[in-house]
Design a protein around this ligand. Structure first.
Ligand code: 5AD
Ligand code: SF4
Length: 421
């Protein structure tokens, strides 16, 4: 979401006559787009702001946008008095106001609407993989999560607007699209005639566009995996056989206190249904270890479910207490030391799953999307349908971004392959 927000901000500022620089010392305007989901990310923002304050031109305007801006509000100005603007995730379209009035301080952390999507200019040149937000905010109050506070209640964008953005992405270079939302499969929009649109309708509409070859979406909430959506994995060839559907923990006791669906059978059944319509599908998850009062037995259940479902491409985090969340006030917070040991053990399991899946790909042919050169510039980096990285010898001359690749080797981090001529 932040990558997408950054692209929209860049296009908006280009329309105001600004151009991008990677060089901090020559910048006239410096924007830090921020994430508040874990404390570490928030701390990084403030250390970066300190560094920027020392390195920037005296006349340069600087500020923060996104979730840390929303969380800190006016306090950010107290911590860093030189800041010029603090704009929450729903109000970064107000940035031009600070360019026009550089002597004021701009604070806007309202979450009242998503008119930013209407006010911002369209992206004119899409990357081959284009992100398209379809909803913002979240109504699932997981007790550890700051998102409902920073991004607000869930709002689905009008169907016609999302279709317009998808067509725009296709016409400006996108081959793959990823529908985005904190609770993407909860997308529901009723138009003026009372017609209800869901994520499956968006996928069908996007699949009609010849330019769009591949479709994915992230991130999904387990109990919103409706049957119409599950069926799409069997009927729509452009929908990639890969789903991010976080479970967070394998312990019903912990899930209950997280305020998440706590019947593990629910997760097993969704995976079973998905595999029955699409036998090749792979699932990825996010995990939190060291949630308050998590016992050794609770943690073992997380390890077991990671092994059983064979999640690939997953993310694991130490629980981080966040302001405005219920879990931060729960008793029996877990020590950093225990969290670190659990994280290491879970990562070992997730790495093993990944290694096993990567090895199983050797000899297979997959259509992959090119992301560009690797660091050495001698190889190209591709993404497989399962989001694995695949390294390929760079051929002479230009090639199309989508290529059929034969997988020749693998380790836990990536694959190697050859372009099939
Ligand atoms: N501590 C640790 N991880 C968190 N996440 C969300 N809130 C927290 C927190 N307080 C993780 C969840 C979520 C991902 C985006 O970030 O796993 O799925
Ligand atoms: Fe946060 Fe996701 Fe839970 Fe919503 S569903 S509260 S975004 S973890």
């Amino acid at each position: 979401m932040n990558v997408y927000d950054g692209q929209r901000i860049a296009v908006m500022l280009e329309k105001h006559g600004l151009s991008q620089t990677e060089n901090l010392e020559e910048a006239d305007l410096i924007i830090l787009n921020t994430c508040a989901v874990r404390e570490k990310a928030t701390n990084k923002v403030y250390s970066a702001l300190g560094r920027i304050r020392r390195a920037k031109k005296t006349s340069a305007l600087f500020g923060i946008v996104g979730c840390v801006a929303r969380e800190s509000g006016g306090d950010a100005f107290k911590r860093i008095p030189e800041l010029n603007f603090v704009l929450g995730p729903q109000s970064y379209h107000k940035l031009p106001e600070i360019i026009n009035n550089p002597d004021t301080k701009l604070l806007n952390i309202d979450l009242t609407g998503i008119e930013k999507f209407d006010e911002l200019p369209q992206i004119t040149k899409s990357p081959t993989l284009a992100y398209i937000p379809i909803q913002e905010g979240c109504n699932h109050c997981c007790t550890y999560c700051i998102v409902p506070y920073t991004r607000g209640r869930e709002i689905s964008r009008p169907f016609a607007d999302v279709v317009k953005d998808t067509i725009n992405a296709a016409k400006s270079g996108a081959i793959e699209i990823c529908f985005l939302g904190q609770n993407v499969n909860g997308y529901k929009y009723t138009d003026e005639n009372g017609k209800l649109y869901r994520l499956s309708d968006l996928i069908k509409e996007a699949a009609k566009l010849p330019e769009i070859q591949r479709i994915r979406f992230t991130s999904s909430y387990p109990t919103e995996m409706s049957d119409d959506l599950i069926e799409m994995f069997g009927t729509e060839p452009k929908l990639l056989p890969f789903l991010n559907m976080p479970i967070q923990s394998g312990s019903p006791r912990t899930l209950k206190r997280m305020n998440r669906p706590d019947d593990i059978e629910v997760y097993r059944n969704i995976v079973k249904k998905l595999k029955s319509v699409c036998p090749d599908i792979q699932i990825s998850s996010d995990f939190i270890v060291g949630f308050p009062d998590e016992s050794d037995e609770d943690f073992e259940e997380t390890l077991n479910i990671a092994k059983e479902i064979k999640y690939i491409n997953s993310y694991s985090f130490k629980y981080s207490p966040r302001p405005h969340t219920a879990a931060a006030l729960m008793p029996n917070q877990i020590s950093e030391q225990i969290k670190s040991v659990r994280l290491q053990r879970l990562d070992a399991q997730l790495n093993e799953n990944q290694r096993e899946f990567n090895m199983s790909c050797i000899g297979k042919e997959m259509v992959c999307l090119c992301e560009g050169d690797d660091k050495t510039k001698r190889h190209l980096v591709f993404r497989t349908p399962y989001m694995q990285q695949c390294i390929v010898e760079k051929p002479d001359g230009d090639i199309a971004p989508l290529q059929k690749i034969k997988i020749t080797d693998a380790n836990k981090a990536s694959l190697r392959g050859e372009i099939i001529k």
